[in-house]
Design a protein around this ligand. Sequence first.
Ligand code: 2M8
Ligand code: MG
Ligand code: MG
Length: 271
Amino acid sequence: AIIFSDLDGTLLDHYSYQSTAAELTLQQLRNANIPVILNTSKTFAELEVIHAELKLDTPFIIENGAAIFIPINTFNSQPEDTEIIGNYWVKSFSLPRQHWLNLLSELSAEFSQFYRGFSSLSVAELSDITGLDLAQAERAKQRQYGEPIQWLGDKVTKKAFIEQLVELGASVVHGGRFIHIEGFCDKGQALIWLTEQYREYYNSSSVYTIALGDGENDTPMLEAADIAVQIRSPVHDFPTLYRQYKTSQSRLYGPQGWAESIQQLLAEQLL
Ligand code: 2M8
Ligand code: MG
Ligand code: MG
């Protein structure tokens, strides 16, 4: 099996961004050679650090499915349609961030007072809103593909705002705290593409996927996986899932729920 996992609110605690409760379980998966692929709305800059902290050497997916970074030599040969950036083979699915920033600036002025984008937030402000420390907030601002915004207005205005953006060709996705404006990419499409690379590599069509996530932006990933695990959030309900072969919901929040769910899959010999 291959495990795809969200970070914020899933493997990392919603408030403290710590993964302590899941670390033993992660170690167990490393020992069993079960790949854990982080699939997150975070940036490449954030992921490089977190990936090393979690002692992972697997591919990872950034900015809500916008790009997949595959450490060179993960597979026997460079996958088609990828480019080499630093030590990675990179597959990208989205137009660059500037496209979405331009689009936001073309929106009617009536909306501009109701949101703040990451590009207009200072590092200190972003740190304040998220609870990230200054260095982490600085890395969260280094975005390549999309723009997260903090919505300050009411629900009716938000709906009109989103409708305009969608009409202009953007995808609009809700994370734990922010709304992400980006291209037609999602965590599910990235899961499908990368799983195909593993199938070719293992020369086996029987590679199956497990996905864990807490947010609405995880829905496409959970629906694309063979086994979906919804992680309980302290701040919102479980999003609705439509297509699923096997779904479970954790009893505990964030990394506790992550460990609980993986242990259950291990006990059921589904891993
Ligand atoms: C943003 O992501 C979360 C994920 O659910 C959100 O939308 O609330 C990201 O942009 C990420 O880069 C950042 O680290 C995180 C901090 O909470 O916020
Ligand atoms: Mg999340
Ligand atoms: Mg996320």
